[in-house]
Design a binder for this molecule. Structure first.
Ligand code: NAP
Length: 246
């Protein structure tokens, strides 16, 4: 059966790449390209799945409108807060619609996050450095926040306490943002696309896990996988790792 797909943010960098990937997929039909000012509710009955690559300020209201319209959502837009995710969960309560929000659709980034959470209980220290193109509007990246939360959860589960850090005096921001106790540093540099390093330290040794997306094509297999699978996973799913067999 052909999956009818709409793209929201279709004029953007990611949106254009998704439109091309969906058009080239033999089992999908691109039925709508929406951008600023278009009505998401108009997708009711016209699309099975909508893919949202817009801006942090718009994505939550798009997703809530998609749930109300009965259209499954695959969301790549970053900047999601824990409170916004809770609001989506609440709106999905009792609904047959599914939402998948993935801060990163690239296989290398998903694997880096999985490997980081596996390594986290084995090291005293862990910090995250994310590096992106200067047009990116949110910092730190959704991937970095997701990675930091996964590291923190794995450390908590292993009974590890705070990381060693003697800093008592610093310039604002010198130690980065702190996400669940994990320091996250953001670099914005011309020429970059999307990159992340997770550095782990123990006495006398260090492990670096690094992922690089050089091109937006790296995200497309993950987006198409999510479009195919989202109708079968009810409720809210956060992260593509839930769909990848390791
Ligand atoms: P972009 O080029 O700025 O594209 C965003 C598009 O959405 C623009 O055409 C924008 O229009 C449009 N838009 C803004 N508000 C809208 C609304 N209310 N309804 C519909 N469309 C709206 O950005 P991008 O580089 O494609 O990135 C988009 C998002 O994806 C960002 O949050 C980025 O961090 C994220 N991202 C995620 C992944 C992943 O794997 N999950 C990978 C790369 C990027 P205007 O330009 O007129 O505002």
């Amino acid at each position: 059966m052909t999956i009818r797909v709409a793209v929201i943010g279709a004029l953007g960098r990611m949106g254009q790449a998704v439109c091309a990937a969906v058009s080239a997929a033999p089992d999908m039909e691109l039925v709508a390209r929406l951008d600023v000012g278009d009505d998401v509710a108009s997708l009711a009955g016209r699309a099975d799945v909508a893919v949202d690559f817009t801006v942090p300020a718009a994505t939550e209201s798009n997703v809530l409108a998609l749930i109300d319209a009965g259209v499954h959502a695959v969301v790549g837009t970053t900047g999601w807060t824990a409170e916004a995710l809770e609001r989506v969960r609440a709106r999905l309560d009792g609904s047959a619609t599914s939402v998948l929000i993935a801060p990163n659709f690239a296989l290398s980034a998903v694997l880096a996050m999985v490997f980081a959470s596996r390594a986290a209980p084995l090291f005293e220290s862990a910090e995250v450095i994310e590096l992106h193109h200067p047009e990116k509007v949110d910092a730190p990246s959704g991937t970095a926040v997701h990675t930091a939360r996964a590291i923190a959860a794995a450390r908590r589960e292993a009974g590890l306490g705070d990381m060693p850090d003697a800093t008592t005096k610093q310039l604002d921001g010198a130690r980065g943002a702190v996400v669940d106790g994990v320091h996250v540093h953001s670099i914005r540099l011309r020429g970059l696309v999307a990159h992340e390093e997770v550095v782990f330290g123990n006495p006398g040794e260090q492990l670096t896990i690094r992922t690089d997306s050089f091109d937006r094509s790296s995200f497309m297999p993950g987006v198409l996988l999510a479009v195919r699978r989202v109708p079968g996973i009810p409720g809210l799913t956060v992260g593509l790792d839930a769909l990848i067999e390791l």
